[in-house]
Design a binder for this molecule. Structure first.
Ligand code: GAL
Length: 662
């Protein structure tokens, strides 16, 4: 039997995948022929096929129409294009919803949704799960030996919510598995507060609409449950596909966003290839920094190995309610930034812009105007340059700095009744990542329980929730000689969102050598100026020293920033949200003290660098995101994209990028 693929190993896939979501079911066969011709011109070698095609494949229950899909797959194979063949379970057909109204999702306010969009199903409904298993099996049996089949793309963006009876029954089963006894659940959820003590499992609901604030531990467990429930649904399909097509990798596309009840870090071991959709939410410079951050997060989910950018928009960024066009060259920079940070290719949503449907205005590799366009020209140019990056799969990003990230802290921080709703976890992570990147450092993201020993410096931005075991892991890292930079409101709650008493920063009090006795969130627009001139916003704390020294103080003379020797290592604490300049000063001091080196020092503004190293040498990716030419010092080697040689200095035009074989 063929061994199952290991994570990040891409059996049958090209070294760099290039293509996008392909929806031939929306077009007549004459267009398919033009599609494959254009795919060849664009260098496309992989398409995500059939993602929303369930109603076309199974027009009535149990009757399949595979003829059109046979023809499309044959055409793709004949033109050297592989298929990431989807199981179309993110959009059950209308007949399914009519036959199984109990499989339609129910909102928190009790409204049952109706068919008419996509993602309108309850992932816990037995009829839905059975129908998913049937369609996955039918596809696997039909196409097991098709030469175009390269990868299974299960479902689309797991991330739905439901509060129906099926969901609640599954939630209770999951809770019984997690907490074992009602006493343990009552304790973990602090149900003595507001008289919520449960005396039977049936009394527990999903967090449906209620009179006032929800129990934060119930909300958190419900998110955890949904994540695990969707993982179970994915795994059911994966096992069917594995059994019938053992040599083909199975993945699903992760969707990012704070509304998504999926813990991608904990999910990742279940997929053969971490595949991520990325759509920046800001049209300014932040788009590049979001690209870099989510690409680094994706690499961390892939355990440092290869992952795949499976969707991005060719030519738009949604921001402020508008679909803004990317300026020429920006799509290429975003694409290469993903590759620099570990993506095994570049995939788009979508191949051809549709004439109708909700996404008729979403950009595409082939726009409404056709292939004789600047967008298609840039798509084809990118497709032509990717083969020049051969050998990239042998290289890896190595980082000396890590950022601890855990989505559970984000979920807990967005819970009800918090001291401030301004302290966004994502903003804290983004600041740490942005500041490190601007200083020329590449960082890994790591889970709080990960082995930290290979990092010289570890950043812990607002890690509100942490278990005892994970806190001990981080403390042991410092004790053994590691350097730590913790920022405000970290270590405050345990894994059940219960506050650690005796002083805030509770889980990290010992390594930090501090005890926080009061939280002092700042009003909107308010800021604090420290005695070294640095500025903080959003947050401040009353910090007591239990071993640490104060490196900067608030106006009232109390400590604001601290530094503590602990074991062989050093731990710093920031009790306010410093602005970028202030955080950068702390970061560079900490990195220097830890002996961590940037990829390149003294980077000009708006220049991004990433180095990948491998047995045959290093590849240095350099991006100029500014609108002016930039001279980057310290770069030598053959520039692959232009064929020119850099000898100590690389000059990049506005919006340009380079890949230098050092
Ligand atoms: C993704 C989704 C695609 C498409 C795209 C539009 O999140 O997977 O199907 O909707 O967004 O940006």
């Amino acid at each position: 039997m063929t061994p199952n693929p290991s994570p990040g190993d891409l059996p049958g896939l090209p070294e760099l995948c290039y293509g996008g979501d392909y929806n031939p079911e929306q077009w007549p066969p004459s267009v398919w022929r033009e599609d494959v011709e254009l795919m060849r011109r664009a260098g496309v070698n992989l398409v995500s096929l059939g993602v929303f095609s369930w109603s076309r494949i199974e027009p009535t229950e149990g009757e399949y129409d595979f003829a059109w899909l046979d023809e499309v797959l044959d055409l793709l194979a004949a033109n050297g294009v592989g298929a990431a063949l989807a199981t179309p379970t993110a959009s059950p057909p209308p007949w399914f919803s009519l036959a199984h109204p109990d499989a339609l999702p129910v909102r928190a306010d009790g409204v049952r949704l109706t068919h008419g969009s996509r993602d309108t199903y309850c992932v816990s409904a037995p009829a839905y799960r059975q129908a998913c298993a049937r369609i996955a099996e039918a596809l696997a049996r039909r196409y097991a030996d098709h030469p175009a089949l390269r990868l299974w793309h299960v479902h689309n963006e797991y991330g739905t919510w439901c509060h129906c009876d099926h969901t609640e029954a599954a939630f209770r089963r999951w809770l019984a598995g997690r907490h074992q006894t009602l006493d343990a659940l009552n304790d973990a959820w602090t149900t003595a507060h507001w008289g919520q003590i449960y005396s039977a499992w049936e009394q527990i609901n999903s967090p449906r609409a209620t009179q006032y604030l929800h129990n934060p531990a119930q909300l958190l467990d419900f998110r955890r449950f949904q994540s695990e429930e969707m993982r179970a649904a994915f795994t059911e399909q994966k096992e069917i596909l594995r059994r019938l097509t053992p040599g083909i990798g199975v993945t699903t596309n992760f969707v990012l966003g704070d509304w998504v009840p999926v813990d991608h870090a904990r999910w990742s071991p279940s997929v053969d290839l971490v595949a991520v959709d990325h759509y920046p939410g800001d049209a300014g410079r932040a788009a590049e920094e979001q690209t870099a951050m989510y690409a680094d997060l994706s690499r961390s989910w892939a355990g440092g190995g290869r992952w795949l950018l499976i969707e991005q928009a060719p030519n738009l960024i949604y921001a402020d309610g508008r679909a803004l066009a990317k300026e020429p060259g920006r799509m290429t920079r975003h694409s290469l930034s993903h590759i620099a940070r570990g993506s095994a290719g570049v995939m788009f949503f979508q191949w051809r812009a549709p004439r109708g449907g909700s996404e008729r205005w979403h950009s595409a590799m082939v726009p409404h105007a056709g292939a004789d366009t600047a967008v298609f020209a840039e798509v084809a140019a990118l497709g032509a340059l990717l083969p020049g990056l051969t050998g990239i799969a042998e290289t890896r990003v190595t980082a000396e700095v890590a950022i601890v990230a855990d989505i559970e802290s984000s979920w807990a921080l967005s819970g009800p009744g918090m001291p401030s709703s301004d302290l966004s976890y994502e903003a804290a992570l983004a600041q740490a990542h942005r500041v490190a990147g601007r200083a020329g450092y590449t960082v890994d993201f790591v889970a709080p329980g990960a082995d930290l020993s290979r990092y010289r410096l570890v950043l812990v931005p607002s890690l509100y929730l942490v278990s005892d075991a994970d806190a001990a892991n981080i403390a042991a890292y410092v004790e053994g000689g590691g350097h730590l930079l913790v920022s405000c409101f970290s270590g405050v709650a345990d894994e059940h969102t219960r506050i650690r008493t005796g002083g805030y920063a509770g889980a990290f009090r010992e390594p930090l050598g501090i005890r926080v006795t009061e939280l002092r969130p700042l009003a909107g627009g308010e800021s604090v100026v420290l005695d070294d001139g640095r500025t903080g916003t959003l947050w401040s704390e009353e910090v007591g020293l239990t071993g640490a020294e104060a490196t900067a103080r608030y106006a009232d003379g109390t400590p604001a920033l601290t530094r503590n020797s602990y074991g062989e290592g050093l731990a710093r604490y920031l009790s306010t949200r410093l602005d970028d300049a202030g955080y950068a000063a702390e970061f560079t001091a900490a990195a220097a003290e830890a002996g961590a080196e940037p990829v390149l020092a003294d980077l000009p503004d708006d220049v991004e660098v990433v180095r990948r190293t491998g047995p045959a040498g290093a590849l240095l990716f350099v991006f100029n995101h500014s609108r002016e030419e930039r001279r980057i010092e310290g770069v030598s080697g053959e520039e692959i994209l232009s064929g020119e040689t850099a000898d100590g200095v690389l000059v990049l035009k506005a919006g340009g990028c380079a890949v230098v074989r050092e």
